[in-house]
Each structure stands twice: as structure tokens, then as C-alpha cells.
Design a protein around this ligand. Structure first.
Ligand SMILES: [Zn+2]
Ligand SMILES: [Zn+2]
Length: 122
């Protein structure tokens, strides 16, 4: 499971290549571990249109589920206003808070695993 943010005006293609490399590495790692723990991004119990708040800044957000996919290439515009979820602890985060640790790969402020946060999926 990997999510990354494609559009940032100041991103050089080289920086973007590094992000892609990271994502590919994480996916290989996922395959190796075959996590059997809870899949918060899939088993969250939310439906489209549910109103939630960011766990960090309390910003109101509206749930928008995306179709399950191992890699999601998201854009900042498309994601603004809907929550992301931490795959490790289930914390809901707004995009701004999720991208504080890393500019392209959403991360949980509590777990601090870069790229551990993703879209809510169905
Ligand atoms: Zn927030
Ligand atoms: Zn977390």
C-alpha cells in the first residue's frame, strides 16, 4: 500500500524519481512482510459523505472513498477536504497534517512512518 502526492509546483523530476523509488521499495517490503494486522484503510467502517475531523487540527473533512488499489497517485486538489487514514493506527488526518513529515508521502504524526498514511478505500 502506497500513496503519493504527484503535484507540487516546486518538485524537480529528480525529486519525484526519488519518491517513486521509495514507493517501489515499500511495496516490495509489503510483499515480504505480508501484514496480517488490521487494514485500517479498508476496514474503517466509513461511507462516502461521512463527516469526520482531522485528528491533529480538528479540521472538518468529508469522507470520499477511493477504489482499492495498492498504489494511489493522488493530487493535492483531489484530496483536499477529505481525510487520509494511518495504516498503522487508524488515525484520520487532513492532507496538510499528513504531509508535514514528508512533502509527498503522507505520514502519521503519531506513528511517524513515512508513507504510512493513505486514502480511505472501498
Ligand atoms: Zn489536520
Ligand atoms: Zn498512525
Amino acid at each position: 500500500m502506497a500513496w503519493f502526492n504527484r503535484r507540487k509546483k516546486d518538485t524537480s523530476s529528480e525529486a519525484m524519481r526519488e519518491v517513486v523509488d521509495d514507493v517501489v521499495r515499500d511495496l516490495a517490503e509489503d510483499d515480504r512482510i505480508q501484514s496480517t494486522g488490521p487494514r485500517f484503510w479498508l476496514d474503517h467502517g466509513y461511507v462516502d459523505g461521512d463527516r469526520v475531523e482531522c485528528a491533529v487540527c480538528d479540521k472538518p473533512l468529508v469522507v470520499r472513498l477511493v477504489k482499492y488499489s495498492r498504489v494511489i497517485l493522488a493530487t493535492t486538489d483531489a484530496q483536499t477536504g477529505s481525510p487520509l487514514i494511518c495504516g498503522d493506527c487508524g488515525r484520520l488526518l487532513c492532507l496538510d497534517c499528513a504531509l508535514r513529515l514528508h512533502p509527498h508521502r503522507p505520514s502519521c504524526d503519531r506513528c511517524r512512518r513515512v508513507g504510512g498514511v493513505t486514502s480511505l478505500m472501498k
